[in-house]
Design a protein around this ligand. Structure first.
Ligand code: FES
Length: 207
């Protein structure tokens, strides 16, 4: 009997699906397959997203520095803003931007974006500050909001001076800190808050 029992057990392990061991084996297989498939789907979704987010970090930064000419250009004056229209982009896709430049020293500048921080209309510089024609947004000469619906100060461009040339880079969001404009290290679109919980809810868009 013992011999018969042993034979039966050995012969049924892969062919008798009523055998409890076969059930365990199938459930393990299905669990493993589900985990494996889930992992593959996760990788398929994550790789393009990571590429989109991290890609610019590896693309180099040369493409976004635009020469605005000699740093001692007399058009860049203290106490007044000079509007400059320029194109910037890569892979043949250029986009037109406007920056207002004010000289603050021999190699120091304030460079303000003309994009209103309400809904993105182009602001214009008047004697007392920047004004938006769309919904009456008003900013002072530093770009701080003085009236109307914009939720934060005007963005500012980073810049550097190299070989006597003024190079303008990316625009960054700014904040009003005790009545002073403070440039942040992130780019935000019009209407998007910068700090606090709401600031985290808006993803940082490509510059
Ligand atoms: S877009 Fe400038 S105030 Fe609305």
């Amino acid at each position: 009997m013992a011999e018969n029992g042993s034979d039966r057990a050995g012969a049924s392990s892969f062919s008798d699906f009523n055998d409890p061991r076969a059930v365990v084996s199938r459930s393990k297989f299905l669990t493993g397959a589900t985990i494996g498939l889930g992992g593959l789907i996760g990788v398929a979704v994550a790789v393009p997203v990571l590429g989109f987010v991290l890609g610019p970090s590896f693309a180099g930064e040369d493409w976004y520095w635009t020469s605005f000419g000699p740093v001692d250009n007399p058009a860049y004056k203290e106490g007044a803003y000079e509007p400059v229209i320029f194109e910037r982009g890569k892979n043949g896709e250029l986009d037109r931007r406007v920056a207002y430049i004010r000289r603050d020293g021999a190699e120091e500048f304030t460079i303000i974006s003309n994009v209103c921080m309400h809904l993105g209309c182009p602001v214009q510089f008047k004697a007392t500050g920047f004004a938006c024609p769309c919904h009456g947004g008003q900013y002072d000469t530093e770009g701080l909001v003085t009236a109307g619906p914009p939720i934060r100060p005007l963005n500012r461009f980073e810049y550097k001076v190299e070989n006597g040339q003024l190079l303008v880079g990316r625009p960054f969001a700014t904040e009003n800190v005790d009545g002073k404009v403070v440039m942040t290290d992130q780019f935000k679109l019009p209407g998007e808050p910068v700090g606090g919980l709401l600031g985290w809810l808006y993803p940082v868009p490509p510059v």
